[in-house]
Design a protein around this ligand. Structure first.
Ligand SMILES: NC(=O)c1ccc[n+]([C@@H]2O[C@H](COP(=O)([O-])OP(=O)(O)OC[C@H]3O[C@@H](n4cnc5c(N)ncnc54)[C@H](OP(=O)(O)O)[C@@H]3O)[C@@H](O)[C@H]2O)c1
Length: 342
């Protein structure tokens, strides 16, 4: 057993035993990951960095949009895509934050204001991008919030579902014509292995408000499952219409970013002091998103869920590959945000 493998399992179990929020990983659950039949398997893995998985690629002339590009994985994803020559549209919750992030990045970047809990700003951001007119080769739905301690709502809906899923659902739908206009456009949803924490039904359609029971990780899991189901249904639709565009979901790995801002102080301290034993670096955490957004080998791969830079068969019974649920979620989501869809 390699040292890192041992540490990943041991460190995560230690935190789990202490009640901390950790993601289960294949190294804990045992056995090698199952691969979807026929899916291209690449040479990269858990320790690969975003720079490594994009080495040698020339993305000049291509455009990427990265939500939540102001921090953590989104900032690193934006940096590496720009480093490889892409024009990166970096979204931030305020224009100032997006500008500040762009100022730290190499290459060609454009700051855009996009606040996922204010769907009018999502629509406005999409309209702005539409007026820019270029095809979007990579749409990386990365922004997210996690495990809000108490129930918060947006428009009467539980906030993690509203921000992580519905905000991106609006954005993706409005920008889809530009993604489809690219020679081979890609939608990448940054989901999480935390989809396993979703309720037994997967999506609690009778509790989207959260008022019939709120549990922070469960609702985060539901929102991350929704990210994956969105790409599953989108992939089906793109395939049915013969589009060259693709849609896939990724788990970045466990990374010590600002995502844990709502954790109690002791959990954040634990992450800081022993997180190195089992967490990826930000450079490694952005690798799977960058790989799925750019790898030439994945030009025809859609509707899959990736971990550690390769597709994996999702956990049985946890709905990540539930096509019927994905279709229902798409339809319900359309109804919930119809006034913001183009
Ligand atoms: N880190 C991990 O271990 C891990 C594991 C699995 C999945 N993920 C997923 O990875 C993605 C990136 O997370 P991260 O770890 O990089 O966390 P992060 O450092 O907190 O970055 C999250 C980004 O999303 C933005 N954001 C938050 N709420 C938003 C809103 N309402 N509207 C628009 N933007 C918003 C944040 O902006 P502000 O900073 O201005 O709030 C920030 O730019 C998330 O979707 C997360 O679920 C992370």
């Amino acid at each position: 057993m390699r040292r890192r493998t041992f540490l990943i399992g041991g460190g995560a179990l230690l935190l789990a035993g202490a009640g901390a929020v950790v993601y289960t990983r294949r190294k804990i659950s045992g056995g090698p990951p199952q691969r979807p039949p026929g899916a291209p398997i690449g040479p990269f893995g858990a320790e690969s960095t975003a720079e490594e998985v994009t080495a040698g690629l020339d993305l000049a002339g291509r455009t990427a949009l990265v939500t939540g590009g102001t921090s953590g994985l989104g900032l690193e994803t934006s940096r590496v895509l720009a480093l490889r020559g892409a024009h990166v549209l970096v979204t931030g919750r305020t224009l100032e934050k997006a500008k500040a992030a762009c100022a730290t990045l190499p290459g060609r970047t454009t700051p855009i204001e996009l606040e996922l809990e204010r769907w009018d700003t999502v629509a406005a951001a999409a309209d702005l991008v539409s007026t820019l007119g270029m095809p979007i080769d990579m749409l990386v739905c990365n922004a997210g919030i996690m495990a809000l301690p108490k129930l918060e709502q947006v428009g009467g809906l539980e906030k993690q579902f509203a921000v992580n899923h519905l905000g991106h659902f609006i954005l993706v739908n409005r920008l889809l014509p530009q993604v489809k206009a690219a020679p081979q456009g890609r939608v990448v949803a940054v989901s999480s292995a935390g989809y396993r924490w979703a309720p037994p039904a997967g999506i609690e359609f009778d509790n989207l408000s959260g008022e019939r029971g709120y549990e922070p990780n469960k609702m985060y899991g539901q929102s991350k499952l929704a990210n994956g189901l969105m790409t599953l249904e989108l992939a089906r639709r793109l395939g049915a219409e013969g589009s060259s565009a693709t849609a896939n979901a990724v788990h970045p790995g466990v990374v010590n970013t600002n995502l844990g801002r709502h954790f109690p102080a002791w959990k954040r301290a634990a992450g800081k002091w022993i997180g190195w034993t089992f967490m990826k670096s930000v450079h490694q955490g952005a690798a799977t998103s960058c790989y799925v957004a750019t790898a030439p080998a994945l030009a025809q791969t859609r509707g899959l869920y990736f971990e550690d830079c390769n597709p994996v068969v999702p956990a049985p019974g946890k709905h990540m590959d539930d096509t019927a649920l994905a279709a229902r979620l798409w339809s319900v989501s359309e109804g919930l945000v119809k006034e913001y869809l183009a």
